[in-house]
Design a protein around this ligand. Structure first.
Ligand code: VGL
Ligand code: ZN
Length: 196
């Protein structure tokens, strides 16, 4: 199918600091890793593009408490908290995208200051398939930007998890993505829909 060749998988911020035991622990976050791995495997198997984003902050980042931000220190570049989860399968052909690298700029979206829009459009990608952490921050902002740039967006609903500062934050974020034209599907349904 034409559409399928133009899919790119973007796995958002599956890093130690966003998982249980980390600085901004997303409860249940580990559940998404094996599901993501199945999708990553399927993409890698037939050479579809896979991107892994990582929050990659300088030690004095503006998003940290004490620097005017709302978050505890997290995902400081080259520290254990910024590492991808050890269970996450990262194919050799995948592209890693670091964001939030500027001391004074918050960057929830994978498109924020990374050049990702050009990389995707130059390679003819029409549809972005999304999973990762956290639903109502980096996943949502990435989805909204992708839609704004004209990509179709599919969120793998069992492959995302939220911080839930307020109960319902994740649900509201997913509703907003839908209202802007994104689509939600389970990873199992996505895999059967796009099976070769
Ligand atoms: C994120 C909070 C702070 C995220 C990043 O990846 O969703 N959340 N920085
Ligand atoms: Zn951050």
């Amino acid at each position: 199918m034409e559409m399928r060749a133009k899919d790119a998988l973007v796995v958002v911020d599956v890093q130690s600091d966003f998982l249980p035991g980390g600085a901004i622990a997303v409860r249940g976050g580990r559940q998404i890793v094996p599901r993501l791995n199945a999708v990553i495997e399927a993409f890698a198997k037939d050479s579809r593009a896979v991107f892994f984003t990582r929050d990659w902050h300088p030690p004095d980042h503006v998003s940290f408490e004490g620097n005017g931000g709302m978050w505890p220190r997290h995902c400081v570049r080259d520290t254990p908290g910024a590492e991808f989860d050890s269970e996450l399968r990262i194919p050799e052909t995948a592209t890693v995208i670091s964001k939030g690298t500027e001391p004074r700029l918050e960057a929830y979206s994978a498109f924020s200051g990374t050049g990702l829009e050009k990389v995707l459009s130059d390679s003819g990608v029409a549809r972005v398939i999304l999973g990762g952490l956290a639903t109502e921050y980096c996943v949502k902002e990435t989805a909204v930007d992708a839609l704004r740039f004209g990509f179709a967006v599919v969120v793998l609903k069992d492959c995302v998890m939220g911080v839930e500062h307020e109960r319902g934050d994740s649900e509201r974020a997913l509703e907003e993505i839908i209202s802007r034209g994104g689509r939600l599907i389970t990873s199992v349904d996505f895999l059967s829909e796009t099976a070769s």
